[in-house]
Each structure stands twice: as structure tokens, then as C-alpha cells.
Design a protein. Structure first.
Length: 202
């Protein structure tokens, strides 16, 4: 195991806005179509929000963000190549200009000081994987989109990588439930990331 490790969140930590739902809206604009799946899931999402039932469902299914799921399902059936191409465009057009300069420089300095940078985020792999061209990242653990027969299924692999799931992913990756015996640093703006942050020494 590395002696010097950084575990960092992405949205609101390295970039200054939440990226997932924005990516879905971006893809919908770019493909310029409105399928039955898009209309149904968007309608259901709006109804649940207006009736505030979405809060109840989020409380019941604590490891699933219902609003995010209903957004993502709207892209079901879009070709894998299109999703990945738009992921690259989305990164270049929206994410890259909104990276937080101070954080980027801080991470680069940590890397220069010998730290290995690990990004653990609920952001989607279709665009987040392009971050490696901007930062010296050792590994990205994130929410992975699932494709079948060359088309997006509307689902992600396993669990959404947020909250406690970040800790689960890190524990599995490093093979331990604590990194406090290393020179480890945790970075995040979210209280829900506490299990991941608590793995680190500081």
C-alpha cells in the first residue's frame, strides 16, 4: 500500500457544481430527441418532487437518490458511443472550465510531494474519467454506467458511489477499513462522506 494517500470527492470539491443531473440534461439537448422513456421518467420525477414524496423515498431507500435515478433513466436506449463522445464534450465544455483552481493546484502540489491521488465520487464515468488528463490521478472510483448491445440501459453498475458507498469502494480497493496507519488525507465538502473521510489520518 502507498504511504501517502489522498482520498477526494469531486462535485463541489474539485469542480464547483453538481455534475450528474447536469450531464443528463446536456445529453438530452445534444441528441435533440424526446423519447417515451424521457417523458415518463421526467414526468414521474416532477410529480414526486412537487408532492414531496421524493423526500420520503430518499429516506426509505437511503443508499439511492431517487431524483438522480429518474434523471439517468431518461437516457436509456442512447448508443454507447454517443454517451461516451458526449461525456468527453461535456468534460471539455462544462467541467474543465469549472474546476476550482485552488483545489487543482493543491492536489498537484500534494502529488509533487509524493501523495497518490484517488478520486471517489458519485459522478458518472462517462465524463469523470477524462479528469486524468487534467490531474495526476492514481485511480478513479465512481458510478459506472451500464451498456448492453451497444446501448445505454438507463442504469448504473452496482450501487451509486455516494455516501457510505464511497467508504465501501475504498475499503474494497485498499483491502482495509482504515488508512490511519498511512499519511492519508481526506477531502470533501459533504457530511455524507464522513465514513470515507474517517478512514484517513487527516
Amino acid at each position: 500500500m502507498h504511504d501517502k494517500i489522498v482520498l477526494t470527492d469531486f462535485c463541489h470539491t474539485i469542480v464547483d457544481y453538481p455534475t450528474c443531473d447536469n450531464f443528463v440534461r446536456y445529453v438530452k439537448r445534444e441528441v435533440g430527441i424526446n423519447t417515451w422513456s424521457m417523458a415518463f421518467n421526467e414526468g414521474l420525477r416532477i410529480i414526486l418532487q412537487k408532492t414531496r414524496l421524493i423526500r420520503l423515498l430518499n429516506y426509505i431507500y437511503r443508499r439511492v437518490m431517487i431524483n438522480k435515478v429518474l434523471y439517468l433513466r431518461q437516457l436509456r436506449g442512447i448508443e454507447e458511443d454517443v454517451i461516451k463522445q458526449l461525456g468527453r464534450k461535456y468534460y471539455n465544455e462544462y467541467m474543465k472550465p469549472n474546476l476550482i483552481p485552488e483545489v487543482v493546484q493543491h492536489l498537484k502540489k500534494l502529488h509533487d510531494d509524493g501523495y497518490k491521488i484517488f478520486v471517489i465520487s458519485s459522478a458518472y464515468d462517462a465524463y469523470l474519467n477524462h479528469l486524468v488528463y487534467e490531474l495526476p490521478i492514481e485511480c478513479i472510483l465512481c458510478t459506472e454506467l451500464v451498456y448492453k448491445d451497444g446501448k445505454f440501459t438507463g442504469k448504473y453498475k452496482d450501487m451509486d458511489c455516494f455516501g457510505k458507498e464511497k467508504y465501501v469502494r475504498a475499503r474494497k480497493f485498499f483491502g482495509t477499513d482504515s488508512l490511519k496507519d498511512t499519511d492519508s488525507i481526506g477531502l470533501s465538502d459533504e457530511l455524507s462522506d464522513y465514513p470515507m473521510l474517517d478512514m484517513c489520518r487527516k
